[in-house]
Design a protein around this ligand. Structure first.
Ligand code: 5GP
Ligand code: ZN
Length: 147
C-alpha cells in the first residue's frame, strides 16, 4: 500500500535487517528494539489491523512467531523466553498500520534491562543479532530433521 513503511520493506524499497522471508511473510529486526533481537513478523500483503487480516494468514503469522520464539532460545541469543504481542488499532497504541507481530526475546532476571530497553529503544549490532537468530532457526530445522 502506498505510504506504508512495512509495504516498502516488503518491496525492498526501504532498508531492513531481514531474518526470514517466504512468499507470505517477512520477519525483520525492529528499528527501535526493546531487547536485543526484537523482531517483527508481518504478512507481505497489506492489512492495516486484525479487523482486515485474513484469519488463516493470522494463523500463519503466529505460526512463524512461535517458530522464532523457539529459535531465539536455541541460537546465539540464548533467550529463556519471549513476549509475543500485537498492538491492534490506535486504541492499543498501534503506530504502524500494517499488522505486525512483535517477538521480543527475554532472559531470566532481565527486568531492569527490559525496562531500560523499553525507555531507550536503542539498536544493537544488527548483523550479529540477525546471525544469532538465524543460527537458532538453523538449529531448530536440524532438530526437526533428526526426529
Ligand atoms: P506498534 O505499531 O506495534 O506500536 O509498533 C511499531 C513498531 O515498528 C515499533 O516497535 C517501531 O520501532 C517499529 N518500526 C517503525 N518503523 C520502522 C521501520 O522503518 N523499520 C523497522 N525495522 N521497524 C520500524
Ligand atoms: Zn503495508
Amino acid at each position: 500500500m502506498n505510504g506504508c513503511i512495512f509495504c516498502a520493506i516488503v518491496a525492498g524499497e526501504a532498508p531492513a535487517t531481514k531474518i526470514f522471508e517466504d512468499d507470505t511473510l517477512v520477519a525483520f529486526l525492529d528499528i527501535r528494539p526493546i531487547t536485543r533481537g526484537h523482531t517483527l513478523v508481518i504478512p507481505k500483503s497489506h492489512a492495516s489491523d486484525l479487523d482486515h487480516l485474513d484469519p488463516e494468514l493470522g494463523g500463519v503469522l503466529f505460526g512463524f512467531g512461535h517458530r522464532l520464539a523457539k529459535a531465539m532460545r536455541r541460537g546465539g541469543l540464548a533467550a529463556d523466553g519471549a513476549n509475543l504481542l500485537i498492538n491492534d488499532g490506535k486504541a492499543a497504541f498501534q503506530t504502524v498500520h500494517h499488522v505486525h507481530l512483535h517477538v521480543i526475546p527475554r532472559h531470566s532476571g532481565d527486568i531492569l534491562r527490559f525496562a531500560r530497553g523499553f525507555v531507550l529503544r536503542r539498536p544493537h549490532d544488527r548483523d550479529s543479532t540477525a546471525a544469532a537468530i538465524r543460527s537458532g532457526l538453523d538449529r531448530l530445522a536440524d532438530e526437526e530433521k533428526a526426529v
